[in-house]
Design a protein around this ligand. Sequence first.
Ligand code: AMP
Ligand code: ZN
Length: 470
Amino acid sequence: MLSIYNTLSRKKEEFIPLEAGKVKMYVCGPTVYDLFHIGNARSFINSDFIRKYLEYLGYEVTFVMNLTDIDDKIIKKGLKENTSAQLVAKTYTDEFFKDITTLGIKPATIYPRATEHIEDIIALIQSLVDNGTAYQSGNDVFYDISKFSTYGKLSGKNIDDLMEGARVEVNEAKKSPLDFALWKGAKEGEPFWESPWGKGRPGWHIECSAMSCKHLGKTFDIHAGGSDLIFPHHENEIAQSEASTGQKFVNYWLHFGFLNIDNEKMSKSLGNFFTARDILAKYSKETVRFFFAQTHYAAPLNFTSEGLDSSKRGLQKVQNLYERLLDLQQSAVSGGTQPDFNLAGYYQSVEEALNDDFNSPRALAVVFDFVRDANRILNETTNPAKEFVNEIMSFVQKIVIGIFGIVQLEKSNAADPTLENDLIELLISVRTQAKASKNFQMSDLIRDELKKLGIILQDSKEKTTYKKQE
Ligand code: AMP
Ligand code: ZN
């Protein structure tokens, strides 16, 4: 029995889908105005892992991830780069797809874009205006939160407390400072669509209500996103959808813990901001996925290069077993020895762990027991039967590769970014020593030759880092 921690009820609940054998799942995707960062990557990878486990259990999963392709940040970037918001969104949508492919993320069933659902969004806003939950003010339309009596039920926030905190904000256009925009009237030079309230564009919250309903129905099983979205984004989605349909919006709310870097919030100004691409230049996707899977999806996680290095070392044991099995599949013959190995027990333990709110660290501990025990049995068996080797490999395929994605399918040393990284780091340390002994000819030579290869060294007081030329 699968149980899931539901943010809405604040407890673990047995998972019972609306329709037997099927799961309808919606995850808040990226705002496409830049390359996504390693914190976003954690949420995307965790949603991929959860989807893959649901599929492993035999569910047919309809997995929807929206792309926010119109938003203040996109417009701002367009103005800054002297290009259109549309082109910014197109560019970073393409880059998003490149990066999720590199991360081994299975494509969603549908990636709805806000700009392709303007009609649905307008219809939803209109239904809220018609039933008195939303009101027009100038060219904007706002949601009137006083009309939704259970506002705050997801985040556990109380309207009076929120009002206290919001008093400072003065906005003549709104009835209450907590009311939020469903439709934003266009300002000079901004992209717009025609609507019953004039030229404008949708607010961010309404797009997820409209697109999830369109692709998954009025009520669906699972809605996920980073924990930063619980309030106000998901609270507002509930208010919009339930006020419009009169039905429960989502049965299970699932939230991903936040990723911090060296115990600080990631931010460009602190200089601790890494895109997924920066990290993937130095570590394989398997290392990154393994690093994430070692922490429960809902827990906060601190990201350090030491943590990644240790994941990389730890993972080698799994990779070695996989490569050993590949070799054995070539050499083993039918009718060899069939050793006594309780494979079913490992499947069961992995399932027990993952059925308990997708407890990946516990499941990985079972995987490591399996790797140790499988190696021991193979050491002890001189002529293992091909069938036995295949059964062991099948566990690796279904669990280690199928759910976690932490084995490199091509034998290592092919295009291993981790080896490349180690060699560059080695050259950097040789250069640091050359500088220390005042051998500047050598240190400049290393810098210049690396530059010819597209590797740019960046010296700071503490250390030298590198970037690859775009
Ligand atoms: P955004 O592009 O900022 O709208 O974020 C896309 C997804 O990544 C959302 O589900 C966010 O909640 C999630 N997210 C953003 N920052 C982090 C972080 N530091 N750690 C984990 N998830 C994050
Ligand atoms: Zn959303």
